[in-house]
Design a protein around this ligand. Sequence first.
Ligand SMILES: *[C@@H]1O[C@H](CO)[C@@H](O)[C@H](O)[C@H]1NC(C)=O
Length: 250
Amino acid sequence: MDLRAFLVTLLMAWPAAQAKQIFSNQGTLKGWGGTQTEHKGEIKEVSDVFYDKAPALVMTQTYDASYTGRYHSEVRVLNAYKHGDTRFYGFAFRLPPDWQFDPAQSYDLAQFIAPFDKCDSYMPSTMFWSEGSKLFTRLKSGSVCDQKTKELPLDVTLTAGKWHKVVIQARWASNSTGYIRLWFDGKQVLNVQDVATTVSEDVPFQFRVGLYANGWHDDKGMKGTQGFRQVFYDKIAIATTMDEADPDRW
Ligand SMILES: *[C@@H]1O[C@H](CO)[C@@H](O)[C@H](O)[C@H]1NC(C)=O
């Protein structure tokens, strides 16, 4: 190869060499920084339901009136953010066709969370959850001992039996230089700028996806009649560019 051809090759490779997925998972049990299944919760690989190719993950939870604990069924990525990071977090999820939406009760679908040694053992910052067919996210600021929570309803409708695609972009800061943006099925539905997006403690937060039936615990009982719930997940990524986080683009 002559020098000119070499330089052209180098320049063409440059954008790809700069960008890099921080984490990716194509719906498999391998490669996670940990998993959590409380009580009768399960996490499995399935090959009959998937986003673009098999497998995908399914997270299940089963309500038990005699159990008073929480209902996590989640996989986690460690070191998903610290103060000053700007990152994209993408995933695809699907509720089964018979998912019962009413009456409304919270089912968390993804969250950022960190362990603490004071005031809270684990504290979630941003969460992404459903209530009926509505979706919400939130910002947590202040400190673990003085938590300020701002709920952010999303103007979208959750559909059963269909894959949905989520990309969250955040600049994580405990002062007012943070921002959070969210794309649902490719459409931007949130853009909150110049705000605190996390608490003052600069500890590594985990990114978790999975079904966390938090309403069953927090409301001290299940609403409705669907005590067995499952949510499918596929194409989970953390990246520094949209292209590498969007489930359709990698
Ligand atoms: C605000 O927070 C960011 C992220 O931690 C930090 O890089 C920056 O220096 C802070 N700015 C001020 C004015 O404190």
